[in-house]
Design a protein around this ligand. Structure first.
Ligand SMILES: [Zn+2]
Ligand SMILES: [Zn+2]
Length: 329
C-alpha cells in the first residue's frame, strides 16, 4: 500500500489525482478558532476586476456564505470554466526518450524543478537510485496513459498494476464542461490562529484565469508506484475529479505588476488575501515573511508571497477564514 504510508499522502492523493467523486469540496473543517477583527491595519478587499473575463463562466456576484471558521461573510461567487487563456496547457509526458524539453512538462524533486524531457525519463532509475524505474520500451517509446480510463487507473490510490512504471497524464478533454465555483470573502477575516491548508477538499487559492492553486501534489505516493505525473510548464496538470489545477507558480499566469517594485500579484488565497510572486522586481524575496509565508504593508495590506516552484507548494497556512470551493460538470 505505497499510497498509504501516512494519512496525509493518502488524503492528498484523493484530492490531487483521485477518481473518487469529490464534487463538492466544502471548506468547513470546523477545527479553527474564532476570528478577531484587526483594527490596526489596512485590509484590502478582493478586486473582482482583476480576473480574466474569458475565464469566467458567469459574472462575479456577491453572496453571504459560511466561512471555514463557521462565521458568515459576504463572499464573491466566482464561477470559472477552468480554461487558461494567457498560457498554453500541457504537454506533460514526452513520448520518446529522445524528446526535447518542449515535448514534456516539469517535475519537482528536492526543492528543484526539472524538465521532464526524454533524457530525464530515461535517467529515472539513476535519478532515484532505484532500478525498478523504467518508463520506456526497448524502442525508446515512453509508456504514457493515453485514455481517460488509463489515467484514472493510474491515478487512483491503489494504482492498477498495469500502470506501474507509466508517465501519467490526463487530458482536459476528459473533463470538458467542468466548472469551478469559488466563494472568497470580499474582505479577509483574520483568524486568531492560522489554519492548515492540508485536508480533504482544500484548495489554496485562485489564479486570475480562474484555475485553482492546489495543495502539494502527493509526489511521494506517485513515486511509490513508479509513476510520474508531470506538471506542464505553467505548473499545472489534470485529474478527472477537479480538472486542470496548479501545484507551482512558474510565472506564466496573469500577473499584476506593482508600481513600487514589489513582487507582482498572481491571484487570491481562499481567505481573500492576495497572492504575490516570491521575488520582487529586483529579484529579492521578502525577508520578513511569517510562518504562513505572508507579511504586511500599507499598500497591499496583509498578503502572501508564494514559495518557489520547486517546493511543490504556494503558502504554508491560511491567516484568514477561508471561503469554499466546488466542482461541477
Ligand atoms: Zn495534482
Ligand atoms: Zn509583500
Amino acid at each position: 500500500m505505497l499510497f498509504n504510508k501516512n494519512g496525509k499522502n493518502a488524503a492528498l492523493t484523493v484530492v490531487c489525482l483521485g477518481i473518487v467523486s469529490l464534487l463538492s469540496l466544502g471548506c468547513n473543517k470546523g477545527d479553527e478558532s474564532t476570528t478577531v477583527t484587526p483594527t490596526d491595519e489596512v485590509v484590502v478587499e478582493v478586486d473582482p476586476g482583476l480576473f480574466i473575463q474569458a475565464g469566467l463562466a458567469e459574472p462575479i456576484t456577491k453572496i453571504t456564505k459560511t466561512l471555514s471558521d463557521g462565521t458568515s461573510a459576504v463572499c464573491y461567487k466566482i464561477v470559472t470554466n477552468n480554461t487558461p487563456t494567457e498560457h498554453s496547457v500541457g504537454p506533460w509526458c514526452p513520448t520518446n526518450i529522445t524528446d526535447n524539453a518542449s515535448k514534456g512538462g516539469i517535475w519537482f524533486e528536492g526543492g528543484k524543478v526539472y524538465d521532464v524531457d526524454g533524457a530525464f525519463v530515461k535517467n529515472l532509475a539513476t535519478f532515484y537510485n532505484d532500478a525498478v524505474w523504467k518508463l520506456y520500451n526497448a524502442d525508446g517509446s515512453i509508456k504514457v496513459t493515453n485514455t481517460k480510463a488509463a489515467c484514472e487507473a493510474a491515478a487512483r490510490p491503489n494504482v492498477d498494476a498495469a500502470y506501474n512504471n507509466y508517465c501519467v497524464e490526463c487530458q482536459p478533454s476528459y473533463v470538458s464542461g467542468l466548472k469551478k465555483t469559488f466563494y472568497i470573502p470580499v474582505k479577509p477575516v483574520k483568524l486568531s490562529k492560522s489554519a492548515s491548508i492540508q485536508g480533504m477538499g482544500t484548495v489554496v487559492g485562485i489564479a486570475f484565469n480562474g484555475v485553482n492553486f492546489d495543495p502539494p501534489a502527493p509526489t511521494s505516493a506517485i513515486l511509490g508506484a513508479h509513476t510520474l505525473a508531470p506538471m506542464d510548464d505553467a505548473g499545472g496538470h489534470v485529474n478527472t475529479a477537479t480538472g486542470y489545477h496548479y501545484h507551482a507558480a512558474t510565472g506564466l499566469t496573469k500577473k499584476v505588476a506593482q508600481s513600487d517594485g514589489h513582487a507582482a500579484m498572481i491571484g487570491y488565497a481562499m481567505d481573500g488575501y492576495g497572492l504575490y510572486e516570491r521575488l520582487d522586481a529586483s529579484g529579492n524575496e521578502p525577508t520578513d515573511l511569517d510562518a504562513n509565508r505572508g507579511h504586511y504593508d500599507k499598500t497591499r495590506g496583509y498578503h502572501y508571497h508564494v514559495a518557489s516552484a520547486g517546493s511543490n507548494s504556494f503558502i504554508s497556512s491560511f491567516r484568514g477564514a477561508q471561503g469554499s470551493f466546488s466542482v461541477s460538470f
